[in-house]
Write a protein that binds this ligand. Structure first.
Ligand SMILES: Nc1ncnc2c1ncn2[C@@H]1O[C@H](COP(=O)(O)OP(=O)(O)OP(=O)(O)O)[C@@H](O)[C@H]1O
Ligand SMILES: [Mg+2]
Length: 228
């Protein structure tokens, strides 16, 4: 792997998966190999080979290397609840070290990796660790998806401050318009643009229906590939 990215967001349900799929597609269009991982997923349905999460399945559809389901999503928890509670309910303890060991096995199968977190930045994994420790342990830079809606400025600035405080690198952020009724959308994005030092990699419009192919060209992945 040349470089990998951990996709976090200002909240749950604000477009991390959609943006991750668009990033996978944008990397594919650049002609590079790109793999994916959803380390921990809560909210799964029974598939042929066990529990499967829709985010992981969507990500797999947009990666351009072959990985099997359990390689992409090693921890698949049935109930759609906070991951540490789902783990507690199933009596399983997952550590950052175990996730890093898993990633070691797959990370050299592609030049780039898009790894989607769960929920927002500071989601607990177990009693002592949180998802915020994943990027450092897996050697990933962070990309923040800001779900553009009222309240997002506070959520975005709190998240960028926490990322910075953790000593991890914010490679860029993406404005994803999830509330088309919001007033002064452009000015809100401009405010964030002025206050977040990392590059704005793109603004995704509100869309009816899923249209990843249509939005991947709105993302500027050149800074992520190491050339401008
Ligand atoms: N720009 C957009 N326009 C319209 N709908 C969107 C947009 N972005 C995301 N959505 C929709 O919002 C919902 C949540 O998006 P998504 O699943 O990508 O969020 P998430 O942050 O990955 O959520 P989770 O925390 O569950 O992983 C989905 O139904 C998705 O299609
Ligand atoms: Mg998701």
């Amino acid at each position: 792997m040349k470089r990998g990215f951990f996709i976090t967001g200002t909240d749950t349900g604000i477009g991390k998966t959609l943006v991750s799929c668009a990033l996978l597609q944008a990397f594919d269009h650049k002609g590079v190999s790109v793999g994916t991982m959803k380390p921990v997923a809560a909210g799964c349905e029974k598939g042929i080979d066990g529990w499967q999460n829709d985010d992981a399945l969507q990500l797999m559809q947009h990666a351009n290397i072959e990985l099997n389901y359990s390689q992409v999503n090693p921890v698949a928890l049935p109930p759609p609840i906070a991951p540490h509670l789902a783990l507690e309910a199933s009596g399983v303890i997952v550590t950052i070290k175990a996730l890093a060991a898993h990633f070691e096995q797959i990370k050299n199968s592609a030049d780039y990796f898009i790894v989607e977190g769960a929920g927002g930045w500071q989601v607990p994994l177990n009693e002592n660790e949180s998802m915020a420790e994943i990027p450092k342990a897996l050697g990933l830079d962070v990309i923040l998806v800001v779900g553009i809606r009222l309240g997002c400025i506070n959520h975005a600035l709190l998240t960028t401050a926490a990322i910075e405080q953790s000593g991890q690198q914010l490679a860029g952020w993406i404005a994803n318009i999830i509330d088309p009724e919001m007033l002064m959308i452009e000015k809100n994005i401009q405010t964030l643009h002025n206050q977040i030092a990392a590059p704005l990699l793109g603004t995704l419009p509100f869309m009816r229906g899923k249209a990843v192919a249509a939005v991947s060209d709105k993302l500027n992945v050149a800074p992520l590939l190491g050339h401008t």
